[in-house]
Design a protein around this ligand. Structure first.
Ligand SMILES: Nc1ncnc2c1ncn2[C@@H]1O[C@H](COP(=O)(O)OP(=O)(O)O)[C@@H](O)[C@H]1O
Ligand SMILES: [Mg+2]
Length: 327
């Protein structure tokens, strides 16, 4: 049986005045995914997320969520039922948790008071609210800080509190808008491991980022956003193989007359895009790595260079991303 998407974004077009910020964006999101939206600043990620939760209304298109998941319907049917987030706003509000790009908690409330406040917006019964808050404090590593004023939290803790506030009503879909921006690598990793934990508990996650390399390790699929359009949607591995036609051959040799090696390789006329000397390595870019390797070994022998180390790999995703988005 084919899985039915939990969320269907259909031909969304959004304008601000004369500027068209989203141009017929369509996407299907499946239950249990960690879905990455990647694009440079200003490409339309935040606008897409806001339209998706029904916070903004698009000029054209619709966003539909699986209705039969969330509502006990009497109708017995195998066909999934969908409702529009714009028409079923109350249901949509409970469906989504939204962690916006800017902090949305209150600095003058403590960590726990913030959770209580956000919970009260969803009319959660007191008992459910308390138990959700306690679970979240533990999950997000905020237990020790529960009585700390939110205004006194460190950067990493602020992000964790924001995510906790977005999760207080136990939404099916968590949306995070650049949750790791401006964090150092260690804190980033912490946020990502928490995102994975939340996902493992059954929450579908949609996450915006402007670093492709950051999301590649965690997302099931990635959509590349450029100028309000989706350029492509694929798994990180597929994106890589699809776009990275060139591979990287890194060698270290002794005595290491890299300029001579580079000259010899260039003379051979094989498809080599670029040869660079970087520190103790010589890096060769080519879409025919096998042929280049063969010739390279031969060249090294001729030049009496001893091969100390060799690595063949695809370029990093960020390099790929810059190529795709054309910046
Ligand atoms: N409320 C708004 N009014 C007018 N223009 C907006 C508004 N929100 C976003 N924009 C414009 O829409 C474009 C996309 O912005 P945004 O969705 O924030 O991109 P991203 O999140 O990818 O950085 C930008 O050119 C931005 O200036
Ligand atoms: Mg944004």
């Amino acid at each position: 049986m084919q899985r039915a998407p939990i969320l269907r974004i259909q031909h969304l077009t959004k304008r601000f005045g004369k500027q068209t910020v989203l141009k017929r964006v369509s996407l299907d999101i499946y239950e249990g995914e960690i879905f990455g939206l990647v694009g440079v600043s200003g490409s339309g990620k935040t606008t897409l997320l806001r339209n998706l939760i029904g916070y903004l209304a698009p000029e054209e298109g619709d966003v539909k969520f699986r209705y039969d998941y969330f509502v006990k319907t009497k109708r017995k049917t195998n066909k999934p039922l969908y409702a529009s987030v714009y028409k079923q706003q109350k249901l949509a509000r409970n469906l989504f948790g939204f962690g916006s790009q800017e902090p949305s908690f209150y600095k003058k409330l403590t960590v726990r008071e913030n959770l209580n406040y956000f919970g009260s917006l969803y009319n959660l019964p007191k008992k459910a609210l308390e138990s959700n808050a306690t679970i979240l404090l533990t999950l997000m590593d905020l237990r020790q800080a529960q009585n700390t004023l939110a205004g006194d939290l460190s950067g990493g803790m602020e992000r964790r509190l924001d995510i906790a506030c977005a999760l207080i009503h136990d939404p099916e879909i968590l949306i995070l808008d650049e949750p790791t921006s401006d964090l150092d690598p260690l804190l980033r990793d912490h946020i990502w491991s928490l995102v994975q934990k939340i996902n493992k508990k059954g929450t579908t996650i949609i996450i915006a980022s402007h670093h492709l390399s950051e999301v590649e390790n965690f997302c099931s699929r990635i959509a590349i956003v450029k100028d309000g359009r989706i350029l492509d949607v694929a798994s990180p591995a597929r994106l890589k193989t699809k776009y990275a036609e060139s591979q990287e051959i890194r060698i270290q040799t002794y005595p290491g007359s890299y300029a001579n090696i580079a000259r010899a390789i260039k003379k051979l006329g094989t498809r080599v895009f670029d040869i660079r000397i970087k520190g103790s390595e010589l890096i060769i870019y080519s879409d025919q790595p096998q042929i280049v390797l063969h010739e390279l070994l031969h060249t090294l022998e001729t030049l009496k260079e001893e091969l100390l180390d060799i690595k063949v790999s695809r370029p990093g995703l960020d390099e790929l991303f810059l190529r795709i988005t054309g910046k």
